[in-house]
Write a protein that binds this ligand. Sequence first.
Ligand code: BGC
Length: 709
Amino acid sequence: MRVRYLGWIAVLAVTLPATFPLFAASKSLRPTQPWMDKSLPAEQRANLLLQAMTLDEKITMVHGMDPRPNNEYAGYVPPNPRLSIPALKLADGRAGVGNHATDVTLLPAPIAAAASWDTALMHRYGQVLGNEEWGKGTNVALGPTIDVVRVPEWGRTFETFGEDPYFNAQMAVAEIHGIQSQGPIADANMYLTMNQENNRFKENSIVDPRTLHEIYLPPFEAAVEQGHVGTVMCAYIKTNGVYSCENQYLLKDLLKGRLGFSGWVMSDWGATHSTVASAKNGLDQEMGGGTYYSQALKAAVENGQVSMATLNEHVRRILVTMFRFGLFDKDQSGSWTTDVRTAEHAAFSREAAEQGSALLKNEHGLLPLSNASSIAVIGAAGDLKPKAQGGGSSTVVASYIVTPLQGIRKHAADDTRVSYADGSDLAHAIAVARTVRVAIVFVNTDEGEGRDRPNLELPGNQDQLISAVASANPNTIVVLNTGGPVLMPWIGKIRGLIEAWYPGQEDGNAIAAILYGDVDPSGKLPLTFPRTATEIPTATRQQWPGIDGNSTYSEKSDVGYRWYDANNVRPLFPFGYGLSYTTFKLSQFSVTPKKIDWATNPSNNINAELEVTNVGKRPGAEVVEVYVAQPEKNGELPRQLRAFSKVFLQPGESKHVTLALNKRSFSIYDSTSHAWKFPDGTYKILVGTSSRDLPLQSTVVISSSPVSH
Ligand code: BGC
């Protein structure tokens, strides 16, 4: 009896204010709302709140408001004061807070931070980004972009972590933890097979289930299972004929089913194509506006095409996540106009640019520059138009950009002559290059969302510029400001090459520190640089950009270095490659146990152990990479990256490194049984410092074939 009486009070408490707004107006009259009890679990609070919501209030939660107040953020769901629901404020965040926010820090592009091969650095990258987003009032940070790079020309390559599923997964988890540690909910995007910009609103990726599971899904799987990411953004494109945001297999069966994702799925801006199909197949929230999820969805619920239970499930996922992240309980004082920059963030931006810089060629010990009495900085990106970031929704309003010329001038000795030619006039560039000891040519690509690069060539006259300068001065160094690979017809003519990516606001300071050797270049390529335009995994038109709207993934799992290795094609610079100013020795390699039976010990790991020593004269860092090769009889890919670790060492210092391999490191996805298999046999463990330099090798015997569902 008493229980029933209390129940009635609760119902009145939540329904009266909706019916008679006067009850809501006076806070003192309002009884405590049961879902505001912090001691209750998030699920229970969400269910209590859901019971109190009207249909209109539910509909408001599942789409973005259009237009947004003051045009701030990228997406906005208004607050509901009656029910104490805070607003959702979604802002882009790849290399800093986007959407025209000012007074923010421009970090190097995600591909640059990933090239550090340092998950601790990527975690800090997420922290800086998350901190600035939160300071701006953002509670959902739209990033990271975790798709595997399939097509080297992809216009958003700079936003990603590169071409390897395992590597991307590690970086995704590190960044998501970093972002979410600062308050905002992170957003893993773009789900799934978003691998090109050309025709991106209609493209259909034709991909087999095994490739989907082995190559494209792992970063999202890790983001969900290890990163505990709060939201996932479904992509513009179709996978096997169905748009991502109404794809039952991708959203319901895989993401929410097998991966157990408990957060909410939002559509990319304009990626929703239906009301009923989307609602039934797993799209929780339409962004940026409400073309399909406002009046149309309300009508569909009222006329029974979409059940109230389905709508409730979408709203519940949003609310549970908001409760889980404390959005109902935390005080977020910042707003879109808050200045969120700090000296630490700027210093981090520089450190990340330095750590991601990859030294690809260094002949005659030209680098680091010691006492070059005269230097020429050549190329638009050297000063006139520094190329600090890519384009599109990731764009950040930089407060400043230190140009390479400024950085080098600041760094050079007082008596060093530093001259500049913007490169538009070849004759002038040659004349300037002739008069100096060292010529440094800065070249760039102009990558951005919405369009792929037409080819892998450097645009404009930049190839000619490099060749001309190199003919005029043998001590020519090229600095690449690109988001991905470029062809290098001039590679034999130059002595030094650094991939500095899109380095962010500290561009010039970071490259000067690398050129002069204040910092050891320890970045490694997270994607392969091909030798020719045709020797790439996606060279046919059927593959990219596709024919009649279909991009066929006929290369299957042969993505990135896997293709080069499987087809015995020598790349220009392999995945995982990068030089240093010091020298490292890898020794005392062992693998234990030598034999494993996963049927009886499913959680056992295999440890690869070794000693890494800095045998050179400078402090530096080396990345140890572990690849696993299936038994030859299985006819599988030659080898795949399964572990890595970055080791910082003083001259003469040694460190013992242990890298753990688990069941999944040896797995194959079987699309008949929809399960991971671990076939019996002798597997090779290969360890080294790039995918093509693996001098340490051992074996392990897998002695049973359990099947995991
Ligand atoms: C992009 C997303 C972005 C969204 C909001 C879209 O064009 O694909 O990555 O988050 O815009 O700005």
